[in-house]
Write a protein that binds this ligand. Structure first.
Ligand SMILES: Nc1ncnc2c1ncn2[C@@H]1O[C@H](COP(=O)(O)OP(=O)(O)OP(=O)(O)O)[C@@H](O)[C@H]1O
Ligand SMILES: [Mg+2]
Length: 275
């Protein structure tokens, strides 16, 4: 059966991150994609110019419209923008007993622009994370989540520090933690997956490219697309392989002059199609 997968996130009109990246990822990995929009952004590969957040009631109405009609096999949560939007998402997902929730606790865009209000961190940590099968912070987000509202503690900067950090992050309440190592300076870009007992490492060679717009969105969307058909370790392994291929093929696209997007359809578009 083809899985129905929902993303709850912000719109990136340049198509490389957010809702647009999520729907491309679902489609590339054989899932039927659906989207609830939390915020509109005016952004491109260079940065975010403006953000317009949806009314929380309207976010709830979008979620209810889907769950009242469609079987939802997995949910990816990305940009939630404000505490009230995060709270309403948690409340509606709990009401509908949503399964396979993947929470990407997005705080900053690749350009450094803020996508989550500071006062919303507590709602993400206390209300959304406990609903999640897996949370997927990057290293700066991990520091903010671990600091418990105080100014961020220093970021994990080595694999040894990441191994410590996943244990702390797991106490927030998700079933699994995937701590992403894209921000490491090491030769490998290694992510750590932890279920409270065992740490599994997913290493890939760091690809030398500026085209990393939406890597985090793409990875979390890929996990959501794969979870209805695979266990967590296998879903993450496949998601990471898909993303690595998409980063490696990003040079086939010519989109913008900043951090360009990854190639979501790298395995599907043959040379013929590209002519
Ligand atoms: N240059 C690279 N080469 C290979 N893999 C990478 C590279 N940069 C990031 N990754 C991988 O991409 C995924 C996303 O990691 P990262 O830590 O960059 O997330 P992020 O900061 O949330 O991304 P985003 O800014 O798009 O939200 C991880 O699996 C990471 O290992
Ligand atoms: Mg991210």
């Amino acid at each position: 059966m083809i899985p129905n997968v929902l993303t709850i996130a912000g719109s990136d009109p340049s198509g490389g991150a957010g809702i647009q990246a999520d729907l491309k990822t679902f489609s590339a990995l054989g899932a039927y994609g659906m989207s609830v929009i939390t915020a509109l952004t005016a952004q491109n590969t260079r940065g975010v110019r403006a953000v317009q957040v949806m009314e929380p009631d309207f976010v709830a109405a979008q979620i209810d419209a889907i769950f009242d009609d469609v079987r939802v096999d997995a949910v990816k949560i990305g940009m939630v923008a404000t505490a009230s939007v995060a709270t309403v998402i948690a409340e509606r997902l709990r009401h509908h007993a949503a399964c396979n929730v993947v929470l990407d606790p997005v705080m900053l865009a690749k350009s450094g622009d803020r996508l989550l209000r500071e006062d919303a961190v507590a709602a993400v940590r206390d209300r959304l994370a406990p609903l999640a099968r897996v949370i997927t912070p990057n290293l700066p987000e991990a520091a903010v989540l671990m600091s418990g509202g105080a100014p961020a503690t220093t970021e994990p900067a080595t694999l040894a520090e990441m191994r410590q950090a996943v244990r702390t992050l797991h106490r927030i309440g998700s079933q699994w933690v995937l701590l992403k190592g894209g921000h490491l300076t090491s030769e490998d870009s290694t992510d750590l997956l932890f279920d409270g007992e065992t740490i599994t490492e997913f290493a890939s060679k760091r690809i030398d490219t500026r085209n990393t717009h939406g890597t985090g969105c793409t990875l979390s969307a890929a996990i959501a697309a794969l979870l209805p058909r695979h266990d967590m370790v296998e879903a993450v392994r496949r998601a990471k392989a898909y993303l690595t291929g998409a980063i490696a093929a990003s040079g086939r696209l010519t989109v913008g002059s900043g951090h360009g997007p990854v190639h979501h359809f790298h395995a599907l578009w043959t040379e013929d199609l590209a002519q």
